[in-house]
Design a protein around this ligand. Sequence first.
Ligand SMILES: [Zn+2]
Length: 404
Amino acid sequence: MKIAIKTKRLISPLQEIKDAVILINGELIEAVGEQKNIEIPADYQVRDVGNKIVAPGLVDIHNHGANGYFAREGEEAVQEISKWLAKTGTTCWLATIGDAEGVKGGVQAIKNGTEGCYVPGIRCEGPFLYPKYLPGESASPPPYADEKIFMEMFEAGEGYIKIMDCSPDLPGGMEMFRTIKKHGIITSFAHGNADYDLFMKAVDTGISLVTHTYNVMSGMHHRKPGAVGGALTCDDLICELNADGVHVHPVAMDVLIRCKGLDRVCLVSDMQAMAGLPDGEYDWTGRIIDGEYEWTGVKLIKENGTVRNAGVALDQEGAISSSVWPIKQGIYNLVNKVGLSLKDAFRLGSLNPAIAARLDHELGSLRPGKRADLIVIDDEVNLFMTMVGGRILHETDVIAELSY
Ligand SMILES: [Zn+2]
């Protein structure tokens, strides 16, 4: 399909272009610029979205699931999550899976291609994570970060694993960072009790990323800077940020962005199966517990935009589970709660995650030669259209009527 989209405002996101046009030829962007500089060829379908904003599709490099599915459940789950994500403005995601069997299903989905948003690879947050010990849970000792387990994951991944997480305080954890990196996979510091010194030792192994900065890591005290102090000050690292408005206070988001600059923070959703489902009680797999379905294990409660373990107070350390908000909500929060411009917020939600996952050669910004992954929104970040690889996957009536 050849399509030209005209808009009063386009965010690239490094540039903001007024009275812009973007030409899309098949899967790729052919040209982007001011309407007065770009001639629209006669065989292009034209859409003028007027005051609506054309922006890059959102890139989610840390996402466990949505709409009742966990990515680890296999190919169908990855397909369904991809379709749902397109309705939220996310155009690319890394299926986040923590076991070799699940990775095989993810690889299958990638090879067969998805109908929804683009899945270029897999993220492994797990199995090399220091366990979270919630109050009342029996504390099993942290597992050994075993190279044999890594090799099972690596072989199951068939070259599609882009990022792997590890906790340096696991026995064997520090060596695992080196093993992961040696196999060409991006390493990310995640979970656990590492202090500042151990954090910096992990940096010395060549890690590139900090997983959901502030969450599940040692905080910053002025005499004990903790992993957070390391993350804020080590310029080599890109820091993930869950900006759903629940996991990190807006002031802490602001501190992170001031310390790292606009190029070293990337939004992640850390979403899971309960995203998109109604409030209620769920089991660990994302199945709702109702009158017909009895469940005696640990229950999760979805309520007011959060998921937490039943019986644990929301303000208790470690109480909130992964998120239920797509990246789009993070963009809204950065603008409305932190005070970033929409253009800068998009940098954190599209280009920076693409850079963090080394995908920026093909996506993450609206530039000629890149994938035609874009969205149409308004000032309030309401979504009107999602395009993935030149295909319109989601659009509201308001936009559909504008083509000519
Ligand atoms: Zn995590």
